[in-house]
Design a binder for this molecule. Structure first.
Ligand code: MLT
Length: 409
């Protein structure tokens, strides 16, 4: 019989959003007439921008004509999309064509990137954290077992809570790989340029690499928050950035994202020689991935057209108005909340320090609203709870009214 990868047995329960979906489905089955509103998983509700739809229709027509039909495309992505990404997001930072790799989304990229690193590397993650970073390292055997305190042996956790304004402190012991997400999922807070510089400097001094998830950068509203880690001097030697069209332009179902991996980012071999990581990722990408669909890449490129930009901004404004409504409503009932200014997530303190899964059940039972328990994102998420601003305006308003009038605190 084949031996299994026993690292999978170290994983805690099921993937967070499967667990919340499972509990929600059980509630709905038991209460078929309940009008359940989901402010749980960060899934968008507005349709794709019209510019994307037009571009995708055109691409479909091209695929139906022998003279314009396309089969396999470049694994790294089509030049038209990579050029648009660089022109709009990275030109100032000198990012080159072969440093951008288009993919089917940031979740896959954040999960897959660890493959190009030795399993002996040490990792640091913020706590709470988007579960993909940690779970994929558990799967790869880069951690020990799950301890009673909810932490994996061998992982450096960087606590982020109201006490430190959700800004992680540098690790006491040197680490090889550091996962940072800003604007942050789940806390909805963001690192300023100065705060991020501390990490870039640390990575440079310690030969560490920062895996920087910027999936929510389109939501930044404050001028001191950087849109890309490459705004920070020296980051091109130590950082890999993950970006996504999902939350930016409604591609959660359509799937498209990309990695920026500068050729100057180095790792080392066992004999101590330095090697660039970019060719390793290129090798991995070309071996395991056949490229994002042409039609989807055409849709993605359309967000960089003048109409596309306007439409994307309109969607972001819409969600950020939801975020404001949630923040105001939640604050009105006396619940402390964070985030929602540079990100579509609102991170609230559970009333009376209620355990976050208990608050999940209470919210579902009292007012038929689904959120995400903070504890699902890590031990420091206990006592917190996440709501997303990605619902429709109508449902968001309705949810706030229910919380104001029917939640028994
Ligand atoms: C979330 O709710 O945290 C996200 O939607 C999950 C994801 O992007 O994979």
């Amino acid at each position: 019989m084949a031996l299994i990868n026993e690292n999978y047995l170290k994983l805690a329960g099921s993937y967070l959003f499967r667990e919340t979906a499972h509990r929600t489905a059980a509630y709905k089955e038991a209460h078929p007439s309940a009008d359940v509103i989901s402010l749980g998983i960060g899934d968008v509700t507005l349709p794709l921008p019209d510019a994307c739809i037009q571009a995708m229709h055109k691409a479909v027509d091209e695929m139906g004509d022998a003279t314009t039909f396309r089969g396999y495309g470049p694994e790294q992505g089509y030049g038209f999309l990579i050029d648009a990404i660089i022109e709009n997001n990275y030109k100032k930072y000198g990012i080159e064509k072969d440093e951008v790799f288009v993919s089917d989304g940031a979740k896959s990229d954040c999960g897959n990137i660890q493959e190009i690193f030795s399993s002996d590397n040490t990792i640091a993650i913020t706590d709470p954290v988007y579960p993909v970073y940690l779970d994929t390292n558990v799967m790869a055997g880069r951690t020990g077992t799950l301890q009673k305190d909810g932490r994996y042996e061998g992982v450096t956790y960087l606590p982020c809570s109201a006490e430190n304004d959700f800004v992680p402190a540098l690790p006491e012991k040197r680490v090889d790989l550091i996962y940072l997400c800003s604007p942050n999922n789940p806390t909805g807070t963001a690192l300023t340029r100065d705060q991020l510089k501390v990490w870039v400097d640390y990575a440079r001094e310690n030969d560490s690499i920062i895996l920087f998830d910027a999936a929510y950068s389109a939501y930044i509203s404050e001028p001191e928050v950087p849109h890309t880690i490459f705004e920070i001097e020296g980051a091109k030697d130590v950082a890999i950035e993950f970006r996504s069209f999902s939350k930016t332009a409604g591609f959660t179902g359509t799937r498209c994202g990309y990695i920026v991996l500068p050729k100057t980012v180095m790792g080392k071999t066992l004999d101590g020689s330095k090697k660039p990581l970019n060719p390793l990722w290129n090798r991995r990408h070309t071996t395991k991935f056949n490229g994002t669909a042409y039609i989807i890449q055409r849709g993605a490129a359309a967000i960089f057209t003048p109409e596309g930009k306007k439409q994307v901004q309109a969607s972001i404004d819409y969600y950020m108005e939801n975020a404001r409504l949630i923040r105001d409503g939640i604050s009105e009932v006396g619940i402390t909340c964070f985030g929602g200014v540079n990100s579509p997530y609102i991170w609230l303190k559970t009333p009376n320090n209620m355990p976050s899964w208990d608050f999940f059940d209470k919210l579902l039972n009292d007012v038929n609203i689904v959120g995400t328990p903070g504890a699902g994102f890590g031990p420091c998420g206990e006592g917190y709870f996440r709501l997303t601003a990605f619902g429709s305006r109508e449902k968001t308003k309705e949810a706030i009214e229910r919380i104001k009038h029917n939640l028994k605190l």
